[in-house]
Design a protein around this ligand. Structure first.
Ligand SMILES: Nc1ncnc2c1ncn2[C@@H]1O[C@H](COP(=O)(O)OP(=O)(O)OP(=O)(O)O)[C@@H](O)[C@H]1O
Ligand SMILES: [Mg+2]
Length: 420
C-alpha cells in the first residue's frame, strides 16, 4: 500500500511490517531516510517516519496511524544534536520509568552520533525487554548502519544474567555492564550508550542505578519522565556529569502479557535450528550452581545414603561446606547426614529441578547462545541440552533462573538463585 505523508507529519507503523521510502525525505528515529531506504518493523514494535519533505512510502503489512508534528519530542533532537557535537569520548546513561521511551531515545542518540562519525556501541541492560541479545542477557551491540532499534546493531557479546529481572542479583547486572563496557572500550568505541530497565524507584532499583553510574562512569545522564518524578537521580549523579531531563516520548504502554509475548518471540529466534545435544559437565566450567563443582559421591556412598534416607539418591556431591543430593522425591535431610559428611549446608533437589532450565553457553570468544536443559545423565555427568550452539566450542555453562519450554519458548517458571 502506498501512503502519502505530508511534510511535517509523522506516520507511525506498527509491526509486523516492511516499509520503503518511494519519494521524499524523512527522519526515522534520528537518521535521514531518503528514496530507496527500507526498514522492517517487528511484531509488537513501532517505527515512526517524520516527513521532512512531502513523502510517499510503500508499506507492506502492519497497521498505520499518523499525526501532525514530530515523532518524538523536539527536546530529544536538540539534546542529541548538542551531545553529538561534543568532541570528547561520550558515555551516555539513559534512565526512566517503564514505557517512557528510553529505548527509542537510545536509538535516536545512536543514529545522531553514528551520523556524526562516532564509533557507537549500545549496552542493553534491560534484560526483560532485550533488544540486543536474547532476554536474560545484557547485550553489547555496535552501530554499523542507521538503526530503527538497538536490535539492528551488530551483536558483539552478551553477559548472561539468567533472569528477566536484575532483582536479587544486582551484582550480576553490574558485572555485566562493566564487562560489556570494557569490550566496547577495547573496540575503541568513542560513544557508548547504556539503556537500562524501567526499575527506578524502589530501594533495589535505585541502588542498581547508583552503582551502575559508578561502574559505567557516564559523561551524560539523561532522565526521561513526565514530571520531576525521577529528579532525585540528580542528587546521586557523580560530580562532573552532565544530567539532562527530557520529556517522555510518544510511547505505547505494553502490558505484562505483551512483554511476555515479546520475550517468547525473542527466545524463539534464538532457538531456530536447535536440536538435542550432549555436554559433558566434567569437561566445562559451570557458573551459578553448587552442583558440578565438587567431588561426586561414589555408587557405594549413594547406596548407603539411599538406605539411610529411605529414598533413592541418584547423585550426590560434596563441594565446599555443602552436601548436594539429587533424590527421587523431596525430602528433609537429617543433621546426622550433614555431620557424616562433615558439611554444614545441604541442597536437596529432585531431577526435575533442572528440567527446562535455561542455560547460556560460552566459548573462548564469549557468548555462543542459549540452551534449555532437557535431561541430565547423572551417572555420566552428561547434560542433554536443546540448543542451536555447536557444543564442541562450549567451554562454560551458566545456569539460569528461568524455566523455558523448549517447544513453545514460553516461560514456565522461575527458580531461586543458587538452589542447587
Ligand atoms: N516516537 C515513537 N513513535 C512510535 N512509537 C514509539 C515512539 N516512541 C516509542 N514508541 C513505541 O512505544 C513503546 C515504548 O517505547 P520504548 O521501548 O522506547 O520505551 P522504554 O521506556 O524503553 O520501554 P521499556 O520500559 O519497556 O524499556 C515501543 O513499542 C515503541 O516502539
Ligand atoms: Mg526499553
Amino acid at each position: 500500500m502506498q501512503v502519502k505523508v505530508v511534510e511535517g507529519e509523522t506516520l507511525n507503523v506498527e509491526g509486523p511490517a516492511r516499509v520503503k521510502v518511494v519519494e521524499g525525505e524523512g527522519d526515522v528515529f534520528g537518521f535521514k531516510a531518503s528514496k530507496g531506504f527500507e526498514f522492517v518493523v517487528k511484531l509488537y514494535k513501532q517505527v515512526s517516519y517524520h516527513a521532512l519533505t512531502d513523502s510517499v512510502l510503500e508499506v507492506y503489512g502492519g497497521k498505520i496511524s499518523s499525526w501532525k508534528g514530530e515523532a518524538y519530542p523536539k527536546a530529544w533532537s536538540e539534546v542529541a544534536e548538542r551531545i553529538s557535537s561534543e568532541e570528547k569520548p561520550l558515555r551516555i546513561m539513559v534512565i526512566g520509568g517503564v514505557d517512557t521511551g528510553k529505548t527509542t531515545l537510545v536509538t535516536v542518540l545512536a543514529n545522531k552520533l553514528y551520523s556524526k562519525g562516532f564509533k557507537v556501541a549500545i549496552i542493553d541492560a534491560d534484560v526483560g525487554q532485550s533488544e540486543i541479545g536474547p532476554p536474560t542477557t545484557i547485550g553489547l551491540g555496535l552501530v554499523s548502519k542507521p538503526i530503527t532499534s538497538p536490535y539492528d546493531t551488530k551483536l558483539v557479546d552478551c553477559f548472561f544474567l539468567g533472569s528477566i529481572t536484575p532483582s536479587r542479583i544486582l551484582q550480576r547486572a553490574l558485572c555485566g555492564v562493566s564487562l560489556m563496557l570494557n569490550k566496547a572500550l577495547e573496540l575503541k568505541c568513542n560513544a557508548i550508550i547504556l539503556d537500562t530497565t524501567g526499575w527506578v524507584d524502589d530501594p533495589e532499583g535505585r541502588e542498581l542505578k547508583i552503582l551502575k553510574m559508578k561502574v559505567f562512569k557516564p559523561t551524560h545522564i539523561i532522565l526521561i519522565s513526565d514530571a520531576e518524578e525521577i529528579d532525585f537521580y540528580k542528587r546521586y549523579a557523580p560530580n562532573n556529569v552532565e544530567v539532562v531531563s527530557l520529556p517522555r516520548g510518544i510511547v505505547r504502554a505494553r502490558s505484562r502479557e505483551e512483554r511476555r509475548s515479546i520475550r517468547q518471540l525473542a527466545y524463539r529466534a534464538w532457538f531456530i535450528n536447535a536440536s538435542l545435544k550432549s555436554i559433558h559437565l566434567g569437561k566445562v566450567k559451570v557458573s551459578y550452581s553448587f552442583m558440578f563443582t565438587g567431588k561426586p559421591l561414589t555408587p557405594k556412598e549413594l547406596d548407603s545414603l539411599s538406605k539411610m534416607l529411605r529414598c533413592r539418591v541418584f547423585y550426590g556431591e560434596v563441594t565446599g561446606r555443602y552436601l548436594i543430593l539429587v533424590t527421587e522425591r523431596s525430602i528433609i535431610v537429617p543433621d546426622e547426614v550433614k555431620t557424616l559428611y562433615n558439611r554444614t549446608g545441604v541442597r536437596v533437589i529432585t531431577p526435575d529441578k533442572l528440567r527446562h532450565l535455561l542455560v547460556a553457553l560460552y566459548g573462548d570468544e564469549g557468548f555462543l547462545g542459549l540452551g534449555v536443559v532437557k535431561d541430565f545423565d547423572f551417572k555420566n555427568m552428561i547434560l542433554k541440552v536443546y540448543t542451536p550452539v555447536n557444543v564442541e566450542s562450549v567451554r562454560e555453562v551458566h545456569f539460569g533462573l528461568v524455566r523455558l519450554n523448549p517447544d513453545t519458548c514460553v516461560e514456565e517458571g522461575f527458580l531461586d538463585r543458587w538452589s542447587f
